[in-house]
Design a protein around this ligand. Structure first.
Ligand code: AMP
Length: 487
């Protein structure tokens, strides 16, 4: 491989000129780690299992080689769908499609995104005109397949993006249905931010001798993000966020709440403090979500209040501040959240508010990212009682706090917390050790599949231990590129 000094270049990865021009136009100077590791094996026709989250450059990692191979082997005849990219959310799907447009600028490739919640007719018309690449969310895809508008029998590339989120959202059965519609001979790509057993099993069911690429969250809590934790009473969080937004004159910030209701309420409260904000979550119509996002991107809405799922795929380069208004109960979500800032080489600040009911979540997060988040002491609302106790376990609720009685607002009920010390409830212990990433993720039990240990194991070879789905179980970050050719 040709190296430019010690630096890998897009050219040295084997990309053709049309794509090199496109990435140059995007201002990318060098490939990100996930691109470096994924592009060569993909160009060589291998399946890839990528552990990488949004923000790592994974979209280009899978899009560029797929485009290159498609362009190289153009079939004659009428245009048909050759690549299918499945994504859990509309936002992410739209984002991928937008990236496809940028990267295929100099190629004759027709692509289109389809998702639910909007009129299907324009999507059907685009399908009738003929497409090469289809980006879809599972529900609308299967709907349109059912109506005879989509034929997946000539798919050459199948990309399953954000697979862990797919399972969290209960899409496992839809994924299995889609897999049954695909031809046997194809190249498969699976990307997931985390690698719990359920994903390894799913990967094992359809990847063939895949190269594993792991850009673990630990490395992805980018140095450019200045992280700060603030201990605070729940009742003071609102005043604290207003103070920070005003003092720091935040013009492009995203605030995370744990629930949709909490997001709506906070938007109202910010409004009362003369801070313009919009909420983005699953209960909002597609139109409202698009409008909020557009306003945010344009700068007319400085603050976006989001839940974790809705935030997937939000890719706004200029976000300077991320506020964890509620700490996430899933440690990996913290990494996703803070990754909304410091995009594309910029820097950013990520604040996390921790009240006394959330200190166990903080322990889980710190275990996952392998560091203690610096405490911001310049905080008039500083509350010692929220600091984790020595030896406190991840995800554990503190008991006996009078605050706790009132502090469950904004916390979804299904977490099963009983406030019992050592109850080790649900999966909030995922962050306790790196190995615990292998444990079955049982928290977001929105997905019925969660309850089945055999989820994802379709009949076509889930016992295929030789592939990376099986291998990934012992991946804890140091055996990073198992099975793949080193560059
Ligand atoms: P993704 O993880 O695919 O959502 O990408 C995150 C962001 O990184 C997007 O804004 C991309 O445009 C940007 N990006 C992707 N690859 C590179 C690269 N090699 N250099 C700089 N920015 C990149």
């Amino acid at each position: 491989m040709i190296e430019d000094g010690n630096m890998t270049t897009f050219q040295s990865l084997g990309l053709v000129d049309t794509l090199l021009r496109a990435v140059e136009a995007e201002g990318y100077e060098s490939p990100t780690p996930v691109q470096e590791q994924s592009i060569p094996p993909l160009l060589a026709g291998r399946d890839v299992l990528g552990v990488a989250q949004t923000g790592t450059g994974k979209t280009a990692a899978f899009t560029l080689p797929v485009l290159q191979i498609m362009d190289r082997n153009k079939p004659g005849g009428k245009r048909h769908i050759r690549a299918l990219i499945l994504s859990p959310t509309r936002e992410l799907a739209a984002q991928i499609d937008e990236r496809l447009g940028a990267y295929s600028e100099h190629m004759d490739v027709r692509h289109r995104v389809i998702f639910g919640g909007v009129n299907q007719n324009p999507q059907v018309r685009a399908l009738q005109r003929g497409l090469d690449v289809l980006v879809a969310t599972p529900g609308r895809l299967l709907d349109l397949v059912g109506q005879g508008h989509i034929d997946l029998s000539r798919i050459e590339f199948f990309v399953l993006d954000e697979a862990d989120r797919m399972l969290d959202m209960g899409f496992i059965n839809d994924i299995k249905k889609v897999l049954k519609l695909l031809p046997n001979r194809r190249q498969n790509l699976l990307f997931s931010a985390t690698m719990p057993k359920s994903i390894a099993t799913l990967a094992g069911s359809f990847l063939n001798d895949a190269v594993m690429v792991d850009v673990s969250p630990k490395e992805m809590t980018v140095d450019r993000i200045q992280q700060k934790i603030m201990f605070v009473r729940k009742a003071d969080k609102r005043r604290l966020i207003v103070k920070l937004i005003k003092e720091q004159k935040v013009k492009c910030g995203i605030v995370f709440t744990r629930t949709k209701h909490g997001a709506n309420r906070l938007v109202k409260q910010l409004d009362q403090s003369h801070i313009s904000a919009a909420a983005i979550h699953g209960n909002k119509s597609q139109g409202a979500r698009t409008k909020a996002l557009e306003g945010f991107k344009k700068g007319s809405i400085p603050i976006l209040v989001a839940t974790d799922i809705a935030s997937r795929g939000i890719d706004v380069e200029g976000i300077t501040h991320v506020f964890n208004y509620d700490l996430p109960n899933i440690p990996e979500s913290y990494v996703h959240r803070i990754g909304r800032t410091a995009r594309a080489g910029r820097s950013g600040v990520a604040y996390a508010f921790c009240d006394d009911s959330e200190s166990g979540y903080l322990v889980g997060i710190q275990n996952l990212i392998g560091m203690e988040i610096p405490v911001e002491t310049q905080n008039p609302f500083h509350f010692e009682g929220a600091i984790p106790k020595p030896g406190q376990k991840a995800g554990e609720m503190k008991k006996n706090s009078s605050q706790n009685k009132n502090s469950n607002e904004g916390r979804p009920r299904q977490h099963g917390y009983k406030g019992k010390r050592g109850s080790n409830s649900n999966n909030n212990n995922r962050g306790q050790s790196r190995n615990s990433r292998d444990s079955k993720p049982n928290n977001n039990n929105r997905g019925q599949a969660r309850r089945k240990p055999s989820e994802g194991s379709s009949s076509n070879g889930s016992r295929n231990d030789r592939n990376s789905g099986g291998r990934s179980n012992n991946n804890s970050g140091n055996n990073r590129r198992q099975g793949g050719p080193r560059r």
